[in-house]
Write a protein that binds this ligand. Structure first.
Ligand code: SF4
Length: 373
């Protein structure tokens, strides 16, 4: 028996696919790269951008023929797309041959659903739940081991679908995280541990007693062994002096920080509900570079947010030029149904978004070239 998993989106999804793989392997399935050979095909989906969703619809639709030829083939769709009830319903209507439709909170039950398939035609589940601590992972990222430290997000950036499909922030206990990392280190296979969360800087605020992210880093670094610790993603509004000092002084913590700025213009940042200003962001960068001169800084930007003018876009260009990141990811704003920004007037035409994203990427290329010199 073989399984084939197709993963879209961020590292969180990559890591969750590792859990799905573990569950299926426990049931006796083996991995295969070929869809045609698989007895179960899982699509772990992403809802961040429209393009990614369209790719999923296209790829799932293309399986109709295979399912007709081999009715015993199990097709499952899970992740952020199917956590949105409307999208899940669309799947059900458009692709009645899909057997399992599950959201983000119930991925760990996929094994139960596969077993139940004999009795039910289509299984769907979207309700929220706690973080699963019962299942392991079939790790697929070489010497790097992903470790999820929390799920969900409380920030409600107006363009983002994550709080709607991943729920509010829930932190795993430090004890469970440390136990998992001790096992990873003991296996001797991994040199890097990357802690994952939508906003790792607010880790632990919901726990009793509460614990800061810096304290978690300290406790993880006390585990004996030869490994480095990385983490993502950080929100600029939640970076504390305690955290900067911990990165600076803790030898096991990598000197790398991914700090999404999203825009260099204060009016757009406010409309995005990012809760910091350009000035705050630049001060933060100065402080970080001052304390950690060898830090590798990367960032994300969105261009063409509703009502963004050319002048406001140029503020983003000037911020990128001023900071000279080690790398950036630039995206065109993608309208996500259900978010606040999707209802804003003044949506920017696609052609303008394309021009802006290309300008930003050209600037980035130029900066990297100069830095290389
Ligand atoms: S911090 Fe903002 S962009 Fe990041 S996951 Fe939360 S809502 Fe989305």
């Amino acid at each position: 028996m073989f399984y084939h998993i197709v993963t879209y989106g961020c590292q969180m999804n990559v890591h969750e696919s590792e859990k799905i793989a573990f569950i299926l392997e426990e049931m006796g399935y083996k991995p295969t790269d070929k869809r045609e050979d698989a007895d179960i095909i899982v699509f772990n989906t992403c809802a961040i951008r429209e393009g990614a969703e369209e790719r999923v619809f296209g790829n799932v639709g293309a399986l109709k023929k295979l399912k007709k030829m081999r009715p015993s083939l199990i097709i499952a769709v899970c992740g952020c797309m199917t956590q949105k009830i409307n999208t899940a319903k669309t799947f059900k209507q458009k692709f009645p041959f899909v057997d399992i439709i599950i959201g983000t909170f119930n991925l760990y039950k996929i094994g139960d659903y596969v077993r139940e398939l004999q009795n039910k035609k289509v299984l769907e589940l979207w309700e929220s739940g706690a973080i699963d601590e019962t299942k392991g992972y079939t790790r697929t990222s070489g010497e790097n081991a992903w470790v999820n430290i929390m799920q969900g997000c409380n920030n409600f950036c107006t363009y983002c679908i994550v709080p709607y499909v991943r729920g509010r922030e829930i932190s795993r206990t430090p004890e469970n995280i440390i136990k998992e990392i001790e096992e990873i280190v003991r296996s001797g296979k991994y040199k890097k541990i990357t802690l994952l969360g939508q906003n790792v800087n607010s880790y632990g605020k919901d726990l009793i007693p509460s614990i800061t992210f810096a304290e978690l880093l300290r406790r993880i670094s006390e585990i004996n062994g030869d490994f480095k610790i990385g983490f993502m993603t950080s929100h600029p509004k939640d970076i504390t002096d305690e955290l900067i000092d911990e990165i600076a002084n803790n030898e096991k913590v990598l000197k790398e920080l991914h700090l999404p700025a999203q825009s260099g213009n204060n009016r757009i940042l406010k409309l995005m509900n990012r809760k910091y200003t350009r000035e705050h962001y630049l001060d933060l960068i100065r402080k970080i570079r001052n304390k950690i001169p060898n830090i590798k800084l990367t960032s994300d930007f969105i261009v063409g947010f509703p009502t963004e003018t050319e002048e406001e876009f140029l503020d983003t260009m000037s911020l990128v030029n001023e900071v000279k990141f080690n790398g950036i990811f630039a995206f065109m704003y993608s309208l996500r149904e259900g978010t606040v920004a999707s209802k804003m007037e003044g949506q920017v035409p696609e052609e303008i978004k394309k021009i802006r994203v290309n300008k930003l990427l050209s600037l980035e290329k130029k900066i990297q070239k100069e830095e290389l010199k």
